[in-house]
Design a protein around this ligand. Sequence first.
Ligand code: BT5
Length: 275
Amino acid sequence: MPPSDAPFNPAAAPLDIDKVRQQLIPRRLGVELHYFAELGSTNTHARELAERGAPEGEVVIADAQTQGRGRLGRRWESPGRRNLYFSVILRPRLAPAHAAQITLMAAVALAETLDSFIAPMAEIKWPNDILVGGRKLAGVLTEAACSADVIEHVILGIGINVNYRREEMPGEIHARATSLADLSGDFVARENVLARLIHALDRCYGVLEQSGFDALRPRWEARFALRGKRVRVEHLDQWIVGRALGIAPDGALLVEDESGALHNIYAGDVIALEN
Ligand code: BT5
C-alpha cells in the first residue's frame, strides 16, 4: 500500500515543534527551543549548552533518547515519538543548599498541568515522581553545577509518558507506569502538553524566585501522595523508617521515626510500607 493510503497514526508522527512555538508567549522559560529527532540524553546536551554559556530559559527537546536517565544512573525508558523528553537550562538565584527546591517546584507545575489532560488527580511522590493511581506518569531529574557558594546552572530534565501504551512498556516498568493516553483513553497531542507545561514552569519558577518555596508549599502538599503513611527512606547506604508528615518550609521531607524523633530529609528514595 503506498504511504499516502496508510491510516494516519498521530502517535507515530514526529513532534511538531512549530506548533509548540506558536502556543508559547516566550517569557523567561522557552526563549529558545532546540529540537532533535534523537539524543543520548536531553540533560547531557543541555548541560553542554549551559557550560558554553547558554542563557537561562533555553529548552532542549528530543523525540527519542538512547541514554535517557533517572537519578543515580537509572534508566529512563525513552521510545521515539510517543512521549516528552526535555530539559530546561536554569540559572537560579538560590543558595546551593536550596537547589532541590527546583525539583519540588517542577513537580507542582507538572502535576497541575497533567491534571488538565486526565480525570484522576496527579499526585507527587517526594521528591521527583508524578503518580496517578500509584503508577508513575512522569519523572524529574534535576542536575546542578555549583561553584563556591553559587549555583552556576541547574538542568531541569522532565520525562512524561504521553502516548506510551502499557502494552508497549518493558517488563521492568509495565506494572508500575502509566501514560496520559492510558489514563484518558485517547491520543494526546504532545505539543499542547509541552507548551502548557513550559508556561506553568515559567510561573512556578517566578514564584519560587520571588517568594521562596514556602509560597508553593500548599500546592505541593495538596498533592502529597505519602502523607501520614509509614515509609522507608533510603539514601545511598543509609535508611530510616517512620511516618511521612509533610514537607518543611525549605522543601525537606519531614519523617517522624518510631521513637518520635523528627528528621528533615533532603535526598533519597521513599518506599511506602504497609501501615
Ligand atoms: C526519574 O528518576 O524519575 C527521573 C526521570 C527523568 C527523565 C528525563 S527525560 C528528559 C531528561 N533527560 C534525561 O536523560 N532524563 C530526563 P528516578 O526517580 O530515578 O526513576 C527511575 C526509575 O523509573 C527507573 O529505575 C524505572 O523503574 C522507572 N522508569 C524508567 N522509565 C520509565 C518511564 N518511561 N515511565 C515510568 N517509569 C519509568
